[in-house]
Design a binder for this molecule. Structure first.
Ligand SMILES: [Zn+2]
Ligand SMILES: [Zn+2]
Length: 342
């Protein structure tokens, strides 16, 4: 029996390498040799033991690209040797939301590398055939691993019903914030203002086309918005999801506008609900994506309309997975997207 190495989260802040059997496939599954797997904010929450739904022991990793190594007897559309990425939400197909086209919020949602299914910080992974997406020519393993977070951004902008000519504010210039920023622009935003506490992230935002960057640690965002824009902010994306940013969003939003919560909160946070009620604010959650968002993200990357390569700050090997997580946790360097090459 063939063996493989996997990097498993065994307890809080502890990832151990294990040698295990390469999993076998059923007729409707595909075995993928993983090439690159990115570390997501939600992986970091889980690593710290602070994710509301992901708990060890688990092999994390849901942002990945790889080579098809074997297909089940019932798989016709995909063949061995093809380059692919994977839409990691595994759904029941029978609940209310699945039947109404919103399977990203399936009642029985499982997510590869998060809930109910081991992930891609491993040499091989088995996935259901209908979750496999073939890559076009000319897209790199790194870029393909970033289709997943880009799909999160595409879904958020769609959910926001952003209009052409909108002026939007994005709170947080991490990988998701920088992707939402690019998708917001491609979708016709007139002006995009992005905030963060870290200058190197704001510099990256400038390079990627931000119209204005604000260091919200040094500048008072509420005053700045009041003075420079008055009522002319149409939409806010919170790509952090902590009490400070949600409060900021509620404070600066024009009456009657939407606030998209894209960042994953680590638990309960207090918000000023009186403002939400009194100002008819719409606080909307955005979770993952559906297939259409995923394929749109892949096209945007492939056509060069959104740039993902500049988001990658570090590469590690599978053996160094724990080190890679620590790199993000300690934030001693200018960390953005960290990829594990397998
Ligand atoms: Zn992710
Ligand atoms: Zn369902």
């Amino acid at each position: 029996m063939k063996k493989m190495v996997q990097a498993k989260l065994v307890s809080t802040e502890k990832i151990k390498l294990e040698k295990v059997k390469v999993p076998s496939i059923t007729s409707d599954e595909v075995l993928i040799q993983v090439k690159v797997c990115g570390i997501c904010g939600s992986d970091i929450h889980a690593y710290k033991g602070r994710h509301p739904f992901i708990h060890p022991p688990i092999v994390l990793g849901h942002e990945f690209s790889g080579l098809v190594s074997e297909v089940g007897s019932g798989v016709k559309a995909i063949s061995k040797g093809e380059k692919v990425t994977v839409e990691p939400n595994v759904v029941c197909g029978e609940c209310y939301n699945c039947l109404h086209g919103r399977y990203n919020i399936c009642l029985n949602l499982k997510v590869i590398g998060c809930v109910g299914h081991n992930g891609a910080f491993a040499e091989y992974i088995v996935v259901p055939k209908d979750k496999v997406i073939k890559l076009p020519q000319g897209i790199s393993w790194d870029e393909a691993s970033l289709v997943e977070p880009a799909a999160v951004a595409v879904h958020a902008v769609k959910k926001a019903e952003q209009r052409v000519g909108d002026r939007v504010i994005i709170l947080g210039a991490g990988p998701i914030g920088l992707l939402v920023m690019q998708v917001a622009k491609v979708s016709g935003a007139k002006e995009v203002i992005i905030t963060d506490l870290l200058d190197y992230r704001l510099k990256k935002a400038c390079d990627l086309g931000a119209d204005r960057v604000v260091n919200s640690g040094r500048e008072n965002l509420a005053n700045l918005v009041k003075e420079d824009y008055g009522e002319r902010i149409d939409l806010i994306y919170d790509c952090v999801g902590i009490e400070e940013t949600v409060s900021q969003a509620i404070q600066i939003a024009r009456k009657g506008t939407k606030i998209l919560i894209v960042g994953v909160p680590e638990g309960k946070i207090a918000v000023n609900l009186a403002y939400v009620q009194d100002r008819e604010l719409e606080l909307l959650g955005s979770l993952m994506y559906v297939r259409e968002d995923f394929t749109t993200a892949l096209e945007l990357i492939h056509q060069g309309k959104i740039k993902v390569r500049p988001l990658v700050s570090h590469h590690f090997t599978l053996e160094e997975t724990d080190k890679a997580f620590q790199k993000i946790l300690t934030m001693k360097e200018e960390v953005l997207k960290v990829l594990v090459q397998i």
